[in-house]
Each structure stands twice: as structure tokens, then as C-alpha cells.
Design a protein around this ligand. Structure first.
Ligand code: NDP
Length: 309
């Protein structure tokens, strides 16, 4: 038996319909339909209720309906021995590439400055800047970060990327490690973060690293909110060292009403929408993974708990 749960009953209904159509011989249930927790072998979930996993004594694996698993790994009702599989792309990579390209293009074409000029009734042309003159640093070169970096390179930007282990990508200056990060930050007119939240990455974008970006740089954060020191960002924007920021993820979500980020003229706030799981792709991927597990093979997208992603 496979339990499907997300906080939205409408979404659960949509997933149940897709899973049941894809695997008619398999029993899929919602939480409301679960009468005997001992029969549940797999859970497909996003935002499971507290304590759910403790009640499922015969669970074999968890399938996350997203790419980031920081919230799942932080739970204390999930046995460390239980495998977690997350989505690889799941339709999110092209959306994330759009989200970051939008920010980079706005920066290249000075749209943030023109918006502020408009608010002040100022008619002033700025010198145009070509894509090749804008250096973009992408933090994270995984399933999603790779697609972002490659889309930006195809647009003509000068792209560097940063990962934990060495990577090689055509047209991207790939860097890793502490030295690689320092080099990338110093050379990024736009820094785009699509890192996971892990014990190593939390708080990465602190005051010192933000200050090491070139004057007039932009920050895009679509990874996770706890990677960024929001007060340090506000200080850099207030001082004028950083020009603008486009933020999709926040230390606390929804972004609290009293956060200064809401009103800051140099900040664009979006409500964690940079990339949304596409249901059909999620179902296709999880069905294929179930087949692998039942054939005794390893599933794809297995989270390595020790590294946190
Ligand atoms: P992957 O696991 O495929 O890739 C993660 C990347 O981050 C890898 O390149 C990895 O390096 C790198 N990385 C991890 N830890 C470190 C570190 N300590 N130092 C340097 N690099 C590191 O993840 P995805 O690309 O699928 O997703 C990335 C994140 O994007 C998700 O975890 C989630 O937080 C966020 N996200 C946000 C969404 C939104 O709507 N805002 C939607 C979807 C995802 P290496 O290559 O060496 O392993």
C-alpha cells in the first residue's frame, strides 16, 4: 500500500488519480483512507504531518515530491535507516532557469534602476550592457543548477558555477571548494544561489561573503532561505554595495509582515514559486523508481543523509 500526502487535499486527489491510472494493480491511499498503518510500505509526500512516520511500522522508503529534503531530514520521526528518494528535476529545472534568467536579464537591462527612476519621475538613459559583459556565478551545479548555468551560458552571459565536488560542464567555468567560492564571488556581477540547505551550506551567504561580491552586484536566492543572512543582505543593499536582490526563499516562510525585505526598493520578493513540481513528471519518476526497488535495484535520486542532500 502506498500513502500519498501533501497539505492540500485537492493536490492529494490529483496525485491519487495519476498514480492509480499509472499503476492500476497497486493500492494508493490518502491519509483519510488509511485504516491500518502497518499496511503502508511507501509514502509519497511533501510536508507530512508531525509524527506520521512513527506510526508506519513497515515503511520501506519515502518519496519526496520535491528536490530539497532539508525539512524531511530535520524530522525526528524518520528512522535514519529509511531510504529517501527525492525528485531529479521533476520539471523544475526549466522553471528555475527561467526564474534566474529573468533576474539576470532585468539586471543586465537595468530594469531595477529604471523602476526606481520611474518612481522618482527621472528620465535618464544608462549605458547599455551586453550579456557577455555580465558575469554570473551559479551556486550549485546539480540537477537544477546545471540547467540554470547552461541556460545562462546559451544567453551569452559569462558563467561560473560552484559545487562541492569538481564538475565539468561545457561553456561553464566550474569551481569548487573554499578557494573556488572566493574566486566565484569576487567575479560575479550576479550571484544566483540554487544550493540545497545542508549543515555545510546553511548561513553560507553571510556578511563577509556578500561584501566580497563586486560593488553593484545582484543576488538571486532560490535555493533555501537559511543559506542567507537577511540582515547582512539588507545592510549591503542599504550601503549601496549591492544593487538589488531577487529572493524566492526566506529564513521564515511566509515572509513575516514586518520584514524589511517586503518594502525595500532594491528587493523583489516572490513566494517560493521559482520552480514547482510538475505532477505528471513526479508520478512518472516515482513509478519508475518503485519498479526499480521492487526489482531489487537501487532507486534514483537517493538522498545521502551524511551530506544532507
Ligand atoms: P542537487 O542535489 O541535484 O544539486 C545540489 C548541488 O549543490 C550540487 O551541485 C552540489 O555539489 C551542490 N552542493 C551541495 N552542498 C554543497 C557545498 N557544501 N558546497 C558546494 N556545493 C554544494 O539539487 P537540485 O539541483 O535538484 O536542487 C537544488 C536545491 O534547489 C534544492 O535542494 C532546493 O533547496 C532548491 N529548490 C528550490 C526551489 C524553489 O522553488 N525555490 C524549487 C526546487 C529546488 P555536487 O555537485 O558536488 O554534489
Amino acid at each position: 500500500m502506498i500513502l500519498i500526502h501533501t497539505p492540500s487535499p485537492k493536490e492529494v486527489a490529483a496525485y491519487l488519480q495519476l498514480f492509480r491510472a499509472a499503476l492500476p494493480q497497486q493500492v494508493f491511499i490518502s491519509l483519510e483512507e488509511m485504516h491500518d498503518p502497518a499496511l503502508v510500505e511507501y509514502v509519497v509526500t511533501w510536508g507530512p504531518p508531525v509524527g506520521l512516520f512513527a506510526s508506519l511500522g513497515n515503511l520501506k522508503a519515502v518519496f519526496a515530491l520535491g528536490a530539497g529534503v532539508d525539512k524531511l531530514l530535520a524530522r525526528d520521526d524518520l528512522s535514519p535507516a529509511l531510504p529517501i528518494y527525492r525528485l531529479l528535476d521533476g520539471g523544475m529545472a526549466p522553471q528555475m532557469a527561467e526564474y534566474v534568467r529573468f533576474g539576470v536579464l532585468s539586471y543586465q537591462r537595468h530594469m531595477d534602476i529604471y523602476r526606481r527612476q520611474q518612481a522618482a519621475g527621472v528620465w535618464k538613459m544608462l549605458a547599455p550592457r551586453l550579456p557577455g559583459e555580465v558575469q554570473v556565478g551559479v551556486l550549485g551545479l546539480g540537477e537544477i543548477g546545471r540547467a540554470v548555468a547552461q541556460a545562462l551560458a546559451a544567453d551569452g552571459y559569462a558563467v561560473s558555477g560552484w559545487s562541492r565536488t569538481p564538475r565539468q560542464l561545457d561553456g561553464i567555468n566550474c569551481l569548487f571548494g573554499d578557494d573556488g567560492l572566493a574566486e566565484l564571488l569576487a567575479g560575479s556581477d550576479v550571484l544566483a544561489c540554487v544550493l540545497p540547505s545542508t549543515p555545510e551550506t546553511r548561513g553560507l551567504l553571510n556578511a563577509e561573503r556578500l561584501a566580497s561580491l563586486p560593488a553593484g552586484a545582484m543576488l538571486i536566492n532560490a535555493g533555501r532561505g537559511d543559506l542567507l543572512d537577511e540582515e547582512a543582505l539588507l545592510a549591503q543593499l542599504d550601503s549601496g554595495h549591492l544593487r538589488c536582490a531577487q529572493l524566492d526563499v526566506f529564513a521564515s516562510e511566509p515572509l513575516p509582515a514586518d520584514s524589511r525585505l517586503w518594502q525595500h526598493p532594491a528587493v523583489t520578493v516572490t513566494p517560493h514559486i521559482a520552480a514547482i513540481t510538475l505532477r505528471s513528471q513526479a508520478v512518472e519518476q516515482i513509478v519508475a523508481n518503485l519498479a526499480r526497488l521492487r526489482a531489487g535495484e537501487e532507486g534514483q535520486g537517493k538522498v545521502v543523509r551524511e551530506r544532507g542532500y
